[in-house]
Design a protein around this ligand. Structure first.
Ligand SMILES: NC(=O)c1ccc[n+]([C@@H]2O[C@H](COP(=O)([O-])OP(=O)(O)OC[C@H]3O[C@@H](n4cnc5c(N)ncnc54)[C@H](OP(=O)(O)O)[C@@H]3O)[C@@H](O)[C@H]2O)c1
Length: 491
């Protein structure tokens, strides 16, 4: 399904920043290569520095050269570069936004449907919206006006509500596009389709057949040079609160009434609101945190988190795991274990579903797993028990393994998909405020309890598997972390 795109102007705040350079300009260029940008679409980069048009276009070329090392079509490049303009918004200039309005009002150059992408610091989200509104640039009459708010939308529930109150003074919900870039990933959008367009999966997608679900995101990388950011955020807020809870929502939600943006969002919101609050008085059975210590990654010695940070007192987690229950008839009694970690033995994002024991048990391990690989491998694997050919009755586990992505498929970056959705006016892959709030409501008590508990945090050597102590959150003795998508990843 493709939606029509109105002629529009994309105004990109923070145009020389990291996200714009690495994802947004290359993403827009790729969309142009694919013929998905409207002919007269324009892009206005906004930044504090004074940069002339020639220098700005040369800078964009350098962004593309860095990204597309094998080169690109010169004709598409000429077309793309001609779409680009620059507007300086020095913070010392009280008329900066009025001047932006004057620039944009030239209808002979700029289509009047305006999308603003705020790729700026989170503290700047509300002030930029206010400044745009003050000069009438958020007003919708003949033309639409949309605002993309980057992640994070607040740092807890009160700050998310505060940001929401500030921007809804000037914007309707339909104008706000809150980013969780995981939702732009084809592999995530596939969960919904794979579940609901297959007769074999949906009937067993419930507590009658499923023992438990694990949603995992692990990295081999450490925090690198982002120590200050990371130490004020932690794994729970950085990954679980956003990407992993969205993955859970798509995995567990009821069938949407249709695939319209409202249909999909309503089903996700309902699911997120049905997750049982985590009991703070029994936190140790529902939440586990740890930090990586020095260890080895790919045969190389790497330092521990506290050494990198240069502060031995930090209790901020680089490993976070939660046990969640969903209070609805489909999932009653089924634990959902979600976890994220840096510096683990492998980098992998996946959904692992363990089914209940079959009526006939030959070996102890006769339990089926269904694995949905999200990255790096986009795949679906079903593990089934099968007889070992021979004279005896013995079984072994085999994997039915299918790639969700073929070599010949287009590889579309999440931001490309989201930019296209923005221009199409399709906000189903953006967060509704109810989702952002439900996610903060769920994790806030854990964040608070962990911040207040200054006891030393469990340590795991970099490059290891999950810390042994993390098993404390399992509901049943025979549950354990699935550590790999490969056969034998349950041993
Ligand atoms: N980078 C990523 O991969 C990533 C991932 C997820 C979310 N995000 C979110 O995306 C947004 C942009 O991220 P980014 O990594 O591109 O940020 P960045 O490179 O640090 O900064 C973006 C822009 O903000 C302006 N800026 C930076 N420091 C400033 C200051 N002290 N005062 C006023 N303006 C300042 C700069 O624009 P000018 O100097 O041109 O005005 C800069 O180009 C953030 O909200 C971030 O949380 C980024």
């Amino acid at each position: 399904m493709t939606n029509k795109i109105d002629p529009c102007t994309l105004v990109l705040f923070g145009a020389s920043g990291n996200l714009a350079r690495v994802k947004l300009y290359p993403g827009l260029f790729r969309l142009d290569m694919l013929g998905r940008l409207p002919d007269d679409m324009k892009i206005v980069g906004v930044g504090r520095q004074l940069v002339d048009l020639e220098a700005w276009r040369a800078d964009i070329k350098s962004m593309l050269d860095t990204k597309f090392k094998k080169g690109y079509d010169q004709k598409v490049f000429e077309r793309f570069i001609a779409r680009n303009f620059y507007h300086a918004n020095p913070p010392t200039d009280p008329d900066a936004f009025a001047k932006l309005k004057t620039t944009l009002s030239d209808e002979s150059v700029f289509p009047q449907n305006l999308a603003y992408f705020l790729s700026v610091r989170p503290v700047d989200f509300a002030p930029v919206v206010e400044s745009l509104a003050n000069v009438g640039l958020t007003q919708e009459d003949k033309y639409w006006r949309r605002v993309v708010i980057e992640k994070p939308f607040g740092t807890d529930l009160p700050s998310a509500k505060e940001l929401q109150a500030a921007i809804t003074k000037h914007l309707k919900e339909s104008q706000i596009y809150r980013i969780d870039h995981y939702l732009g990933k084809s592999a995530l959008q596939n969960i919904l389709l794979q579940r609901f367009t297959n007769t074999v999966l949906e009937p067993i997608w419930n507590n009658q057949y499923i023992d438990h679900v694990q949603i995992t995101n692990t990295e081999m990388l450490g925090v690198g040079d982002r120590t200050q950011f990371y130490d004020s955020t932690g794994a729970l807020r950085d990954m679980l609160q956003s990407h992993i809870l969205q993955t859970l929502a798509l995995t567990a939600m009821e069938q949407p009434k249709d695939l319209s943006p409202e249909g999909v969002r309503d089903a996700k919101i309902k699911l997120l609101e049905e997750i049982r609050p985590i009991p703070v008085n029994a936190l140790e059975k529902h939440a586990f945190r740890a930090q990586y210590a020095a260890g080895e990654i790919n045969g190389e010695k790497v330092p521990g988190y506290l050494e990198e940070l240069g502060n031995q007192d930090s209790v901020v987690e680089t490993y976070a795991a939660l046990k969640l229950f969903i209070d609805n008839p489909r999932w009653k009694g089924v634990p959902f274990y979600i976890r994220t970690a840096k510096r683990l033995h492998e980098a992998d994002t996946r959904i692992s579903i363990r089914f209940k024991k079959a009526p006939l048990q030959i070996n102890d391990q006769d339990q089926n797993w269904l694995i949905i690989g999200i990255q790096p491998r986009e795949c679906i694997k079903l593990e089934v028990q099968s007889k070992i050919p021979g004279l005896d009755i013995q079984t072994r586990t085999i994997q039915l393994d299918a790639a969700n992505r073929w070599d010949s498929d287009d590889s579309v970056d999440a931001y490309e998909a989201l930019l296209l959705n923005l221009m199409q006016g399709d906000n189903s892959n953006y967060l509704h405020i109810s989702e952002a709030e439900a996610q903060w409501r769920l994790v806030d008590p854990v964040v608070k309890a962990w911040a207040e508990d200054k006891h030393p945090v469990h340590q795991y050597p970099a490059g290891s598997r999950d810390p042994e102590a993390s098993k404390v959150i399992f509901e049943a003795e025979d549950q354990f972390w699935r550590y790999s998508i490969e056969l034998g990843g349950d041993k």
